[in-house]
Design a binder for this molecule. Sequence first.
Ligand SMILES: [Zn+2]
Length: 203
Amino acid sequence: MKLNQPEVEALLKDVGAWLEGHFQLTSGMHSDQYVQCQRIMQYPRHGLMLAEALAAKVIAAGLRPTAVVGPALGAVHWEVYVAQALDKEFAEIPVRGIFAERPEGKFEIRRGIELEPGEEVLVVEDVTTTGGSAQEVIKLVRSFDAIPVAVGAIIDRSGGSIDFGLPFMSLVNLQLASYPPADCPLCKSGKPVVKPGSSKLKV
Ligand SMILES: [Zn+2]
């Protein structure tokens, strides 16, 4: 399954995932645009289609991860769709989809789920801006002596500035403006900022 950039962009718009307003991103930066990937992920057919496109890149790179780990809440659902897409390809080995969460500020995998030493792991997130969350998940994976083999995202809005020290695969590159809060023109205009993903988001 291959998807080109205009096809993914059209899907983001069709499902109302591409929002305009004044947003504080997870990275702390402000922006006038935000992509709310859960609006796609609520549709398994769309989530799986994107996951198959990412899985095709992972397989083309010769990688065979048996676990897909992503940071909650952004990567919840996405990590399972990607695991499902890989599972279909690697019929003989079950592929797991696992989310990492931050109950006390640091990412953990809870509920007795563990990664195996030496297990190859694909780290996924929905949108990569600074890559901070993915970096933390890479560290978490290594804490199990498992091996992160690549990072996969739906959207790369980093402008190519990220080096995970691993292959980084994304389905679209979006060059959306973002600003440090002190230089944010939307803050200067007095428009209230919303933190997407929190209960304060009203769109
Ligand atoms: Zn602002």
